[in-house]
Design a protein around this ligand. Structure first.
Ligand code: BES
Ligand code: ZN
Ligand code: ZN
Length: 520
């Protein structure tokens, strides 16, 4: 389990006032009357409807309930006319007590942030975390509170004119009523570290492909390595990739003006223990190559490096929290473009481990860069665990949509740990079966493998067959593959994540790391 004393060394748990990025979060015993908005939480079981705060408020809320302008169902918010000393007072439905969870804390606080922004106010206070503290793990509650608030306060406005930016201004302050122990504020600090890394990934993924290319990603990785003494960066450029024989990765980049790169961030957090390797797909733009993507599918393909960005951020979190584990962040970076030099459908390439691959489809390129990265990482570092994150298949978006990443592999213990980390962090994964019957569906006819399925109609179980391909490049390590194609980039707003990049995978990997440290 997470040892708070270890990861928080240097930070005083006495400090009650913390400033994080653009939002200040304060903990106070009482509701803070100096904030713009007050949000009072109401469970369905709460019959007083805010009476303990004010009789007039309770009367207005009851009246609103009879005309169905408010229910106590989870997420329902009613802005009262009654205002007390605040600019606005609102009640927030928390649903039934038995259904409440830390994820609901993220959602409720996230909704308060977006509602306050919508009312053009810049701060609020709430009793919600105080209200739900019984029975909850205060440290997890703190993490969730920071995550809900700071993820919801994120925006990507930098390319908008100043006056438009003003209209979408983030909140400046939130005051949380809390009368419990210090674990809560310690959780807030951990949550802050995780969210800052997550919002950094959101920036990297939202930035267009004319900004974020392999060199830009290298610059970011260099920053991480120079910021922490515990992190080293190894860069493999084209000549080294050629020397190492990463023909599969090189084939993907053949049509690009940007250089291919393989970045390895090495974090040393423990005197013992083998490496855990996180590997992330880093396609800075996926045009599909000669199997060109059509309109409606090509436009968002700047997001195809979300796996690499999440992996880089997870290394940053590990270094910041001084996680006791030795960790690798491996990022194969390429751009999948069309050009006279690009690879053709039907080409055969040779991967790092010697296997030959026929390019059945140039758009199935993620697996082609990851397979070299997996085989190389295992050969050079012999990690105990390898977890790859990739915006790998449209089939995963079809199967699961936005609210979970697909996960598969053969090590049930590792899959269980990832499922737990996903559940607690709200960055969920959903297991897809890895049936024996599929294990030869990627076999080639004139080569060892094909990069698309060679059985049936070719598209069945597309996410699973992509995983099957990757599995051929792992020998001894415990391995899991996380397909974040749907979860990394949303077309709709959520309770605390907005349309656009979500930073999917950062909370998942961070929580996984916190829960799986070396015992020294
Ligand atoms: N980057 C895409 C997958 C993707 C789709 C990510 C939608 C995010 C949103 C990937 O490289 C791809 O194109 N996969 C193909 C594979 C197929 C050709 C076997 C796909 O899913 O269509
Ligand atoms: Zn593709
Ligand atoms: Zn892709």
């Amino acid at each position: 389990m997470l040892n708070l004393k270890d990861i928080l060394n240097g930070i005083s748990s006495e400090s009650k006032k913390m400033e994080w990025g653009n939002m200040k979060i304060t903990i106070a015993k009482e509701l803070d009357k100096t904030q713009d908005v007050l949000f009072l939480g109401l469970f369905e079981e709460d019959k007083d409807n805010g009476k303990s705060f004010s009789k007039e408020l309770a009367e207005e809320v009851e009246e609103a309930m009879t005309r169905k302008a408010f229910s106590r169902k989870f997420g329902d918010i009613y802005g009262a006319k009654f205002s007390h000393s605040y600019k606005k007072v609102a009640v927030v439905g928390l649903g039934e007590k038995k259904d409440f969870s830390v994820e609901k804390v993220r959602q409720a606080l996230g909704k308060m942030v977006t509602t306050t922004k919508g009312w053009s106010f810049s701060s609020f206070c709430t009793n919600v975390v105080e209200k739900v503290k019984t029975g909850a793990d205060a440290e997890l509650l703190g993490r969730a509170a920071a995550e809900g608030l700071l993820l919801a306060n994120y925006n990507f406005n930098k390319y908008l004119a100043k006056d438009k930016q003003e209209k979408k201004k983030p909140l400046s302050m939130v005051s949380l009523q809390w009368n419990g122990g210090n674990d809560f504020s310690e959780g807030l600090k951990v949550g802050r570290v995780v969210v800052e890394a997550t919002n950094w990934v959101r920036d990297l993924v939202n930035e267009p492909a004319n900004v974020v290319n392999s060199e830009y990603m290298e610059k970011m990785a260099k920053q991480v390595a120079s910021q922490y003494g515990s992190v080293k960066l190894k860069v493999l450029n084209k000549a080294e990739l050629e020397k190492e024989g990463m023909g599969s990765l090189l084939g993907v980049n053949a049509g690009s003006q940007n250089p291919p790169k393989l970045l390895v961030l090495e974090y040393t957090g423990s005197k013992k223990g083998k490496y855990t390797a996180f590997l992330g797909k880093g396609i800075t733009f996926d045009s599909g190559g000669y199997n060109l993507k059509p309109t409606k599918y090509i436009e968002d393909m700047k997001t195809d490096m979300a796996g690499a960005a999440a992996v880089m951020a997870a290394v940053k979190v590990a270094a910041e929290l001084k996680i006791k584990k030795n960790l690798l962040g491996v990022m194969p970076l390429c751009e999948n473009m069309v050009d006279a030099t690009a690879q053709h459908p039907g080409d055969i390439v040779r991967a790092y481990n010697g296997k030959t691959i026929e390019i059945g489809n140039t758009d199935a390129e993620g697996r082609l860069v990851l397979c070299d990265a997996l085989a190389y990482t295992e050969a050079k570092y012999a990690p105990e665990v390898m977890i790859d994150l990739a915006t790998l298949t449209g089939a995963c978006v079809v199967a699961l949509g936005y609210y979970a990443a697909g996960v598969m592999g053969t090590d049930t213990e590792l899959l269980g740990k990832l499922k737990d980390a996903g559940e607690v962090s709200g960055d969920r994964v959903w297991e897809l079966p890895f049936f024996e019957e599929y294990q030869d569906w990627m076999d080639g006819s004139i080569s060892d493998l094909n990069n698309i399925s060679t059985k049936g109609k070719g598209y069945e179980a597309g996410s699973i067959t992509a995983g099957v391909f990757l599995a051929k490049f792992v020998e001894k390590a415990k391995w899991a593959h996380v397909d974040i194609a749907g979860s990394a980039y949303w077309m709709v707003d959520g309770a605390y994540l907005s349309k656009g990049a979500t930073g999917s995978g950062v909370r998942l990997l961070s929580y996984y790391l916190m829960g799986n440290q070396e015992k020294e």
